[in-house]
Design a protein around this ligand. Structure first.
Ligand code: FAD
Length: 459
């Protein structure tokens, strides 16, 4: 009987251990592999046009790389997966395990539905180098803090990349067809496994050596831009980690640069681990830092949120970031931190509202990475920036966009201002026609936030 490989957020063939398992089992049975993708309306509806478009393109690439054999079925996986198994007589379904709250619930329900028909759900691998929940303190408890987590994660280590099975016999089966996605309006990176690998190789050759110095500079192309590919599993972090190790061994890149990049991947694994242990963190703060009445409400909140979302707060680097998000479905990490801090600590809007906007527009939008990074900035996470550390949007802009090129790229109203003066357009009367006034005074709101924090501490 054929086996089923159910693709979810692992839209690749290379370094895909679940595929290896499915192929091995099918071969032993003298049969083939059904490559299944279930278009789950519950997930599709929440993906938003940007991720819908990216996913549709990624599936198209996967479909092409299997010789047109990806079987797409639309519907609730709890019904669809058992139905496909019944249709072909499969006795096992192979997946990479899911660790987010929705994926865990879905997989447990599918497993149960399959079991009643005598079919096994077999989980091999995960979207991470080390599965969430694995890395523990000596006492067996989860880590609360990033740095010791990273040390233990490095010590734990990971498997070598799984070999690419040759000549996979993909089964031909009726398909509901690839999803139609609306044109997103944002300029997205090229989707698919081949594009992800090409991007990674180019970065390894040309970008990684300067990564430690350039990664905080939104005006440069200083990062790998692999977050969409990691989110959708077009490339596995194990592949990246193995390539880093061999690039260091061959002398192609300095260990310091590789270590910095590895550390960013460790953050990704840490956030997934925290969400695994605290599924409620997707919605609720892991700790409370300011009193309830600190937050803007009603029309005031709506007005602040609208100015922030549309990139018209009057603070250039904030507005540039928010417009980059709408224009490309991506925002530089340094700027994500600046705009998130600004929303929470200058506009006094709860992090959940900002996270929601990010999830609606990010091509790499991922519940563990997004929610936990927001909690980190808001000071409510397990290992978070202290609440009293409040980014100054002007000095952050001057430091990380020193010539103002990033701001001028995304805020056309400011193109007439040369150099770093672009970060304080209010100092040059009439130089920025059409650019909004500042919605708040940072110095003042900073004080308000610090007072809120003091009041919160007393409780
Ligand atoms: P690089 O600098 O090239 O880093 C390589 C990889 O390391 C990234 O692709 C990513 O997987 C990982 N990484 C880097 N920085 C972080 C970080 N701070 N936390 C976790 N992993 C990291 N990342 C997402 O993938 N999805 C999100 O939804 C998301 N939301 C965020 C929200 C906020 C408020 C903040 C501050 C950060 C968020 N990030 C998110 C993390 C980070 O901004 C992006 O991963 C990064 O900008 C992606 O660009 P890159 O691939 O060029 O990064």
């Amino acid at each position: 009987a054929p086996t089923v490989l159910w693709f979810r957020r692992d839209l690749r063939l290379a370094d895909n251990p679940a595929l290896g398992e499915a192929v091995g089992e099918a071969r032993a049975e003298g049969s083939d592999v059904v490559g299944l993708y279930v278009l789950d309306p519950a997930l599709w509806a929440t993906a938003g046009p940007v991720r819908q478009a990216y996913l549709a393109r990624s599936l198209r690439a996967l479909h092409a790389s299997t010789g047109g054999r990806v079987v797409v079925r639309h519907g609730d996986p709890r019904a669809v997966v058992p139905a496909v198994c019944a249709e072909v007589g499969a006795r096992s379904v192979h997946v990479a395990a899911s660790y987010e709250p929705y994926g865990r619930r879905r997989d447990d329900a599918v497993e149960e539905a399959l079991a009643t028909a005598g079919v096994r759900l077999r989980r091999t691998g995960s979207p991470y180098a080390v599965a969430p929940g694995r890395v523990r303190t000596r006492g067996g408890t989860p880590f609360q803090v990033f740095t010791p987590f990273r040390t233990a994660w490095l010590e734990h280590g990971w498997r070598a990349p799984a070999p690419l099975p040759d000549d996979v016999a993909w089964a031909a089966l009726a398909s509901d067809g690839l999803p139609d996605a609306p044109e997103p309006g944002a300029r997205l990176p090229e989707a698919g496994e081949a594009a992800a690998l090409a991007r990674w190789r180019a970065f390894l050759a040309d970008g990684l050596a300067d990564y430690p110095t350039d990664r905080d500079r939104p005006d440069l192309v200083g990062t790998s831009y692999l977050s969409p590919a990691l989110k959708w599993g077009e490339i596995h972090p194990r592949t990246l980690l193995a390539d880093l190790a061999s690039a260091v061994r061959s002398g192609a890149v300095p260990e310091e640069a590789a270590a910095t990049y590895r550390s960013e991947l460790a953050w990704r694994e840490f956030h997934a681990d925290v969400l695994f242990h605290h599924p409620g963190a997707a919605r609720r703060s892991l700790r409370t830092v300011v009193p309830e009445d600190a937050w803007a409400t009603g029309a005031a909140e709506d007005a602040m949120l609208a100015a922030w979302r549309e990139g018209r707060t009057g603070y250039p680097v904030v507005d540039a970031g928010m417009r980059q998000l709408l224009g490309t479905g991506w925002m530089h990490n340094r700027v994500r931190m600046i705009v998130a801090s600004f929303l929470v600590k200058d506009l006094h809007v709860r992090w959940q509202r900002g996270a929601e906007h990010f999830m609606a527009h990010l091509v790499d939008g991922d519940v563990s990475q997004n929610q936990l990074n927001w909690q980190w900035v808001a000071g409510t996470g397990r290992d978070a920036a202290p609440y009293f550390r409040i980014f100054n949007p002007v000095t952050q802009g001057q430091k990380f966009d020193p010539d103002g090129a990033y701001v001028r790229e995304w805020v056309p109203e400011l193109r007439g201002i040369a150099g770093k003066a672009v970060h304080e357009p209010w100092k040059l009367a009439g130089a920025a026609p059409g650019y909004p006034e500042r919605v708040v005074d940072h110095a003042l709101e900073r004080k308000v936030s610090l007072e809120d924090f003091e009041r919160g501490r007393g409780r």
